[in-house]
Ligand binder design. Structure first.
Ligand code: HEC
Ligand code: HEC
Length: 266
């Protein structure tokens, strides 16, 4: 008996060593990420050969934000059939997941409980941990009606992964009653901002202005007015442009950046 156990252990240990060496060899092949098509250079609408979970979740988050910009499709021309007639929006924007379910993922229980985005539709917060195949099937169903031409199966799987595993608890970072920021570590936020975001947005956050006329909209303006939206942009990126995202560093880093950005000129 003892000998049998000893023999089994030896086989097991040998297996571990072999497995480890085997894995190391496969591992280095796996890291040969670039021996393929020009897709590899398409940061905005392409996908990596070896997508990490981090990339999948941020990509899913951009699809949630605005799928046609994220995926380079034409925006729909109709109003979404499930969008309530009594609500205030119409046309393409009613097909954005965020328009019905909110930036805080809480729908009518969150920041969209009133105001111009009110629909009365519940959030997706309850779908955290849900079966991803079931979520994808739901999105093809009658309440949603997303066709393969809009979001293909592989892209839908990224979105479902985001719904199940990519949502963060926005109420830790933003007061959902007042829409004010719950302040994070401003110094860490400043350090991250100066060495990443500032490359495009400038040290004062005013290099891009997406306002109109005299109404400026800088990164600082946006962070103060809609922090729930901006923390999503920081974690997932802005769909359709070459903006970086901080998904790999986690929500607390994003929260610190959000806090600092809200102190920049508006
Ligand atoms: C026009 C409004 C509308 C849009 C846009 C919309 N949904 Fe929904 N969603 C609904 C409605 C209505 C329900 C059903 C709510 C209920 O059960 O009462 C729902 C339910 C869900 C649920 C189930 C929630 C749960 O807890 O069971 C998920 C997940 C979901 N939607 C994800 C998405 C995603 C992802 C998108 C974007 C691709 C999206 N939805 C876009 C209206 C919308
Ligand atoms: C590589 C360039 C680049 C970097 C780095 C970058 N961004 Fe952006 N960002 C953009 C571009 C481009 C836009 C779109 C501007 C436009 O629509 O005119 C944008 C848009 C935004 C928006 C506005 C989205 C909206 O609602 O319209 C926010 C907020 C934002 N960035 C925050 C940040 C933060 C915070 C960081 C650092 C974590 C960052 N960005 C890093 C390029 C960048």
């Amino acid at each position: 008996m003892r000998n049998a156990i000893f023999a089994m252990k030896t086989v097991w240990v040998a297996g571990m060593v072999w497995g480890f060496l085997g894995q190391a060899a496969v591992g280095s092949d796996d890291l040969n990420d670039y021996a393929h098509s020009k897709e590899a250079q398409e940061y905005i609408h392409g996908s990596p050969e070896q997508p990490t979970d981090t990339w999948i979740l941020s990509s899913g988050g951009r699809i949630y934000d605005n799928w046609w910009n994220a995926l380079d499709r034409d925006p729909p021309e109709t109003t979404h059939p499930s969008y309530p007639e009594a609500s205030k929006k119409s046309g393409a924007t009613t097909w954005r997941c965020k328009e019905c379910h909110g930036w805080d993922y809480r729908g009518a229980d969150g920041i969209y409980s009133s105001g111009s985005h009110y629909t009365g539709i519940p959030g997706i917060y309850g779908a955290i941990g849900g079966n991803e195949t079931a979520i994808a099937t739901l999105l093809r169903g009658p309440d949603h009606g997303y066709t393969e031409d809009m979001i293909n199966d592989e892209e839908l799987a990224r979105l479902a992964a985001f719904v199940s595993r990519g949502q963060v608890d926005i109420s830790r970072y933003v007061n959902l009653e007042t829409r004010e920021i719950i302040w994070g570590d401003l110094n860490r936020g400043r350090a991250i901002f100066q060495s990443t975001c500032a490359a495009c947005h400038g040290f004062d956050g005013r290099a891009y202005d997406w306002g109109e006329g005299d109404e400026h909209a800088y990164v600082g303006t946006e962070a103060a007015a809609a922090p729930d939206e901006v923390i999503g942009k920081i974690l997932n990126g802005h769909p359709g442009v070459a903006m970086i995202n901080l998904r790999a560093f986690g929500p607390d880093a994003a929260h610190d950046v959000l806090s600092y950005v809200a102190t920049l000129p508006q």
